[in-house]
Design a protein around this ligand. Structure first.
Ligand code: PNS
Length: 162
């Protein structure tokens, strides 16, 4: 059984992330999507909130399971039996960072392959940071995040939340 790990901050999950998870689930038998607990970052949503939103968004996808991790992604990949880490590439600008991570991960764990998947062009410009900025200034993000995520964003950042 081929298992893929899709790791990320998911602060919050967007349709761009979900597009990658869906593409991964066409290539692998199971896809384990995992939220990073990173004490050095200051996320908008808690680990529990990010996981809840991810679970809600993927609840009907039979091949997909969700989790949280801290520490090295390659160690977590081994823990869940994943042979590959799947990452989305939106544009050339993503490449440098992704290349560095993939190279380091290969040095750390030769047996865990990184697989890059091209994001759908309709989401090529979508990032969690940009989404948060749009909501902060009162813009509508319905096209790029699931309804429950939009609701939480507006509560936390939007005009109603202020
Ligand atoms: O959604 P993001 O923030 O682009 O995801 C980044 C993530 C979680 C994939 C990356 O920060 C990560 O793997 N962190 C865990 C620590 C680690 O293993 N770093 C890679 C070694 S270079």
């Amino acid at each position: 059984m081929r298992i893929a790990l899709c790791p990320g901050s998911f602060d919050p999950v967007t349709y761009a992330h979900l597009d990658i998870v869906q593409r991964a689930s066409r290539l692998f038998d199971r896809v384990h999507v995992a939220v990073l607990e990173n004490p050095n970052k200051n996320p908008l949503f808690s680990l529990e909130e990010r996981l809840e939103m991810l679970k809600e968004a993927t609840k009907n996808w039979s091949k997909v399971e969700q989790g949280v991790f801290s520490g090295l992604v390659v160690e977590y990949a081994r823990q869940v039996g994943a042979s590959a880490i799947v990452r989305g590439l939106r544009a050339v600008s993503d490449f440098e960072y992704e290349f560095q991570m993939a190279a380091m991960n290969r040095h750390l764990a030769e047996d865990v392959e990184t697989v890059f998947v091209m994001t759908s062009s309709e989401y090529a410009f979508v990032s969690s940071s940009l989404i948060k900025e749009v909501v902060r200034y009162g813009g509508d993000v319905s096209r790029w995040v699931p309804p429950n995520v939009k609701e939480r964003l507006v509560e936390r950042l939007g005009k109603r939340g202020q």
